[in-house]
Design a protein around this ligand. Structure first.
Ligand code: 475
Length: 831
């Protein structure tokens, strides 16, 4: 390719290449240039926002050089790429991450200092890229970091929402949602106005004969919307590899049609068309672990999937390879069922557009896709009414029917006497109305299906997907336990701890091989080391205490035990169990004598998390937490012994402050409901202990760090069903300790009792589906053990150090390597 450029031109290009900055002076020059030209400002009106913008632009320039090289190299070597399709990428802030990954933070710090700015203030100017709800979206972001850091040729594909997850305000104890208009100024994206794809909806299917007399389906008519690509560079840590995250934005197709309308005076309807088109990528659905089946959501899914596949196929066709080689060049991972239409779309492209036979096409499709399941909650499993499909995507419905027909024929052959099996595994649920079961479609269309922690992978194979294990054999199903990137979740969030670890493990190489942390174990008995360790934790707690003071005007004692539960609010995650436990503690303190109170270990109970706007029960939980806080925090009998804090608007950048400051974090879902959890890993990696149930990745964390270093309690997953069964048949008395809590709530101690009636009766009268009462006693007992153990600080710190030393397994690098080997069959590309 290079040879096609004549020598003199090539020379002109090469000698003028932008080299990025190599030292402080060059960086300063870049910043000043961006302030003065790109932003049209000067030293006289350069505020923190402008300084942030210029700094970000300087780093962006730097990233895009490496990005270009990485992409060129991937194209020249014609290497296999992995495409990660996710409706959510919860990236958080990019500047600090970019500075650390390219090892430019020290330069930036001293340059900004000279220019009159503090780097922390500058970093704090950036809006979070909050294009996700919770665990699933943040996992996608950690995966992008690991794929780039490990030099895998990888692209992420998603939607460029104009509004990410809403901002949460707490007003009078209630959650209020405020739109998140984050794009106001986003220096990290490159609009590619030349990379567009026209996407079709609605219309009808016409069959015709081609030249050879073969019947072909043509999908015609309907609405067309244009997808425009926006690229974000994803830098790897300590490597030039810079991958791409491509997000699609929707706009009205600029056809003759609009133009005519506009000219003929139909101004209003032309504007309406525009708005309808832009609506597709306007907003992220704010539900975590819940499917609401809205038509616009299905439109988002198809819009994103069709644009991404068009892009992927276009790239493949440039290589001029035969179609059967497609899976040697392309691996596509489905992040939950949200992108499952990609299976159908690729089959459609191959048979309707490229003229392949069904079987040949289907073999390519199934060799290409892998499907990751993230939840077993029935209310989260996607199903779409057949009628909606018929209307929106008529050709896709036909193809789904054919996929189902061939699938059921093969099942019937293997299990001729099992009629029940056919209706159980059918992709079409014969309900009223009929529904398309997306998880089943994803399984049938993929060569591998994985869960995200061992227990979860076992559960999907023995419960919701049991029949499919019989049909396909156990080899199609696998586990890949989740992981987190140590770059953001230790090095960036907890720089002092990272530095201390580096000083003992032989430098920052541990960030590339997290198992190196095991070297810390030899320092567990080193008093000086323990002291430094404890000082860092204390400093992190002071920082959080200041944050609490500045946002809520509540003073908390940094020497108290910080007990943290931050995650989306959901009944299955059981924040209600936590707050009931807090109330129980409060009632006990109230009953104590002054002498007894002196022996108590002081605690700060910290909550944070958003409730889906339509999830009334979750909003009641937030309300109760806030009301308990306002009673407890000003009760003079309690003083420092207990404070209850609800931190507003929990997000990625706040997690980076909260997690390093935790002594104890809560991961207390009803056993069998939390697929993995990933914040559990973050908390332990930052030197905090865990109280948790035997659920998700808690089990594997216990295996790695040792059961003496974790506070486990509660019902085991294999016993959950029996207990629930008993509840429904009446054998169910509320735990006596919990009853006291309920009495306090219903007496109006925490505000109008009616407000919390539903929370109480969910447990007392409606079957206690999440086993709050069953687990209450063992939760309280275990919290008592925590109090006791926290009094012995030397031992506590030793446990923290040992745990961190044993956390190497939970790096998302390990996780990505497993995907690469077991599912994607892809190699890193040497740099
Ligand atoms: C699990 N989100 C965590 C994490 O694997 C796990 C579902 C439907 C619609 C919208 N959002 C969703 C999820 O299912 C989700 O976030 N699942 C989470 O995935 C990563 O660690 O246990 O709850």
């Amino acid at each position: 390719v290079e040879a096609s450029i004549p020598e003199p031109q090539r020379e002109a290009w090469t000698k003028n290449q932008f080299d990025g900055f190599k030292n402080k002076d060059e960086f300063e020059k870049e910043v000043v240039r961006h302030v003065e030209t790109t932003l049209a400002r000067s030293m006289f009106n350069c505020d923190d926002v402008a300084a942030y913008s210029a700094t970000a632009l300087a780093f962006r320039d730097r990233l895009i050089k490496d990005w270009n090289k990485t992409q060129q190299r991937q194209t020249f070597t014609d290497s296999k790429r992995i495409y990660y399709l996710s409706l959510e990428f919860l990236m958080g802030r990019a500047l600090d991450n970019a500075m650390l990954n390219v090892k430019g933070k020290d330069i930036a710090k001293s340059a900004l200092d000279e220019l009159g700015f503090r780097i922390e203030d500058i970093i704090g100017q950036e809006n979070d890229a909050a294009l996700g709800n919770g665990g699933l979206g943040r996992l996608a972001a950690c995966f992008l970091d690991s794929m780039a850091s490990l030099n895998y040729p990888a692209w992420g594909y998603g939607l460029r929402y104009r509004y990410g997850i809403f901002k949460q305000e707490i007003i009078d104890g209630y959650q209020v949602e405020v739109p998140d208009y984050w794009l106001d100024f986003n220096p990290w994206e490159f609009p590619r106005h030349d990379v567009t794809v026209d996407i079709q909806f609605y219309g009808h299917v016409r069959k015709s004969q081609d030249a050879n007399g073969k019947t072909v389906a043509n999908w015609e008519g309907g609405e067309t919307v244009t997808a425009v690509a926006y690229d974000m560079p994803i830098p790897g840590y300590d490597t030039p590899s810079t991958n791409n995250l491509r997000l699609w934005s929707s706009k009205a197709a600029s056809g003759e049609f609009d133009f005519q309308k506009f000219n003929s005076g139909e101004y209003e309807s032309s504007v309406a068309d525009q708005q309808r088109a832009e609506t597709i990528s306007a907003v992220l659905y704010p539900n975590d672990n819940l499917d609401r089946g809205k038509e616009l959501r299905l439109k988002q899914q198809y819009f994103w999937v069709a644009a991404s596949l068009y892009d992927i196929v276009r790239r493949f066709k440039k290589s001029k390879r035969a179609w059967r080689e497609f899976p040697d060049q392309v691996a596509i991972q489905l992040n939950d069922t949200h992108p499952t239409l990609a299976v159908v779309e690729l089959q459609r492209i191959l048979i309707d557009k490229e003229g392949l036979e069904w079987d040949e096409a289907w073999a390519i499709v199934t060799a290409t896709f892998g499907y990751t399941n993230h939840t077993v909650l029935p209310e989260a499993l996607e199903k779409w009414p057949v009628g909606l499909f018929q209307h929106l995507l008529p050709r896709h419905l036909q193809i789904i029917y054919d996929i189902n027909l061939f699938f059921l024929q093969s099942v019937e052959k293997r299990f001729p006497d099992d009629r029940d099996m056919l209706s159980r595994v059918s992709i079409i649920e014969e309900s009223q109305p009929k529904m398309v079961r997306m998880a089943y479609l994803a399984i049938v269309g993929s060569h591998k299906v994985n869960g995200v922690a061992e227990l979860h992978s076992d559960l999907i194979q023995t419960t919701i997907f049991k029949d499919f294990v019989k049909i396909y054999g156990a080899d199609k199903f696998t586990n890949v336990t989740n992981g987190i990137t140590p770059r953001r979740w230790l090095h960036q969030a907890n720089p002092r701890l990272s530095e201390l670890i580096a000083s003992k493990t032989g430098g920052y190489d541990y960030l590339k091989d997290l198992t190196t942390l095991n070297k810390l174990e030899q320092y567990v008995d080193d008093k000086a080391f323990r002291k430094e360790w404890a000082e860092i934790k204390y400093a992190n707690k002071v920082r959080l205490a200041k944050y609490i003071k500045s946002t809520l005007d509540i003073t908390v004692n940094p020497a108290a035990l910080f007990d943290v539960q931050v995650k989306r609010i959901h009944e299955y995650k059981r924040q209600q169990l936590n707050i009931f436990g807090v109330i129980y503690r409060y009632l006990q303190i109230k009953e104590m004598s002054a002498e007894e109170r002196k022996k108590q270990a002081p605690r700060v109970s910290i909550f944070g998390g958003k409730a889906a706007p339509g999830y009334w029960m979750a909003k009641q939980i937030i309300h109760l937490i806030n009301n308990v806080g306002s009673v407890v925090n000003k009760d003079p009998d309690v003083g420092d012994l207990l404070k209850v804090i609800f931190l507003e608007d929990y997000n990625v950048s706040k997690a980076e402050i909260i997690i390093p400051a935790s002594d104890l974090s809560e991961h207390i879902s009803t056993a069998g409901t939390e697929a993995s959890g990933t914040s559990n890993m973050k908390f332990v990696l930052n030197g905090g202990l865990i109280i948790g149930t035997c659920d998700g990745a808690n089990i594997e964390i216990t295996r790695e760090i040792g059961q003496e270093n974790i506070f486990l309690f509660g019902t085991l997953s294999e016993d959950v069903e029996d207990l629930r069964h008993n509840h429904t048949y009446g054998k169910h008395a509320v735990d006596s300790g919990l009853q006291k809590v309920f009495d306090a709530i219903t007496s109006g101690k925490f505000g109008d009792a009616n407000d919390f009636g539903a929370l109480v009766s969910a447990v007392r009268d409606h079957g206690d589906y999440y086993l709050v009462s069953d687990d209450f006693q063992s939760y309280i007992d275990t919290q008592k053990m925590v109090d006791e153990e926290y009094k012995n600080q030397e031992e506590w710190v030793s446990k923290c150090i040992r745990s961190v030393a044993r956390m190497g397994f939970f790096s998302s690098d390990r996780c990505i390597n497993e995907y690469a080997e077991e599912i994607w069959n892809i190699e890193p590309l040497a740099v």
